[in-house]
Design a protein around this ligand. Structure first.
Ligand code: AMP
Ligand code: TRP
Length: 333
């Protein structure tokens, strides 16, 4: 069976190494397999669940497309489009929200984290965000959804919503139940300043992450300043348990060089951090610098990026509007 791959990235700026290693690198790999049909969506409707400046949002949408392409996604083989250009997403989100249950959404940890203490002041969009995400996935009969570990709970919810909708309307498999594709290792890249916190776009300190638009010098400096502990690097993986920063940096090294954590631990056992960090900077610069340069080149070619989005819009709109029509019929409209 051909895999139908769907994933989304929010155009909220500061795409970073965590996005690349946790998600986009896998998108590229999957999209290079001829058997797969891939759709990559710039989820701009999700972005507005927190306040956005319209001008910045417009630029960030284009920058996300440029990032996809610079990382190696071929727009002639995969569909790349922005969510708001396909009205079926908002519409299906409403239809599905009548099958989704408050109790299910109440359990979402991302909402709890993002809303913080003041839940009453959070937008309704932030709360119902995972229903829109379910609509994104289910409209395309997606079979597999590559994401970082932080999205696992949202995918489980998507599966529950699909199941409930199928039961509500008495048709098995009308909405396909998708499988998450989460990498076993390195599915959660942590902050360079605190190995217990996720590397994140919204973290105030820029030195906590490596942005995909950072130049060579910034990458080297950020790695130099990255938090470590005082011990030399360990000789076994077990010794990393209480050492989150060492584990994260070795994990980043392994993921970038496509090797296992075991092998990286063996390569650097007993060495001090300064020597390891030089190696880490070098492999990061080798991998990230060409991507950065390509993003910076593409970002000026607005016409090219808009054409890709328009082409993707046409293809995605056709598939999604047909699925919504079928939903309408099933629901008695
Ligand atoms: P977002 O930027 O929240 O739209 O995330 C885009 C993709 O990157 C999703 O699949 C996330 O799971 C993934 N992602 C975001 N941050 C990290 C991280 N620190 N480590 C691994 N994956 C991440
Ligand atoms: N919620 C995802 C994130 O923040 C982005 C997203 C939206 C997504 N719709 C999606 C991911 C559909 C996969 C499939 O990272």
């Amino acid at each position: 069976m051909n895999k139908k791959i769907f994933s989304g990235v929010q155009p909220t700026g500061n795409l970073h190494l965590g996005n690349y290693l946790g998600a986009i690198k896998n998108f590229v790999k999957l999209s290079n397999d001829k058997e797969n049909e891939c759709i990559f969506c710039v989820v701009d409707l999700h972005a507005i669940t927190t306040k956005q400046d319209p001008k910045e949002l417009r630029n960030n949408i284009r920058e996300t497309v440029a990032t996809f392409i610079a990382c190696g996604i071929n727009p002639e083989k995969s569909i790349i489009f922005n969510q708001s250009s396909v009205p079926a997403h908002s519409e299906a989100a409403w239809l599905l929200s009548c099958s989704a249950r408050m109790g299910w959404l109440n359990r979402m940890t991302q909402f709890k984290e993002k809303a913080g203490k003041n839940k009453e002041k959070a937008s309704i969009g932030l709360f119902s965000y995972p229903v829109l995400m379910a609509a994104d996935i289910l409209l395309y009969d997606s079979t597999h959804v590559p994401v970082g570990e932080d999205q696992k709970q949202h995918l489980e919810l998507c599966r529950d919503i699909a199941q409930k909708f199928n039961n509500d309307y008495g048709i098995d498999e009308f909405l396909k139940i998708p499988e998450p594709l989460i990498q076993k290792e390195f599915s959660r890249i942590m902050s360079l300043k605190d190995g217990t916190r996720k590397m994140s776009k919204s973290e105030l300190s820029d030195s906590s992450r490596i942005n995909l638009t950072d130049d060579k010098d910034s990458i080297v400096n950020k790695i130099k300043k990255a938090k470590t502990d005082t011990l030399p690097l360990p000789s076994t993986i077990d010794q990393l348990i209480e050492r989150p920063e060492a584990k994260n940096l070795l994990g980043i090294y392994s993921s970038i060089t496509d090797t296992t954590l075991d092998k990286s631990v063996d390569e650097f056992k007993g060495k001090n951090f300064s020597e390891f960090k030089e190696n880490l900077s070098q492999v990061l610069v080798e991998k990230i610098d060409p991507i950065t340069k390509e993003i910076k080149r593409l970002i000026y070619d607005k016409g090219f990026l808009d054409e890709i989005l328009f082409d993707g819009h046409k293809k995605a709109n056709k598939i999604a509007s047909e699925k919504v029509k079928k939903m309408h019929k099933l629901m008695g409209f």
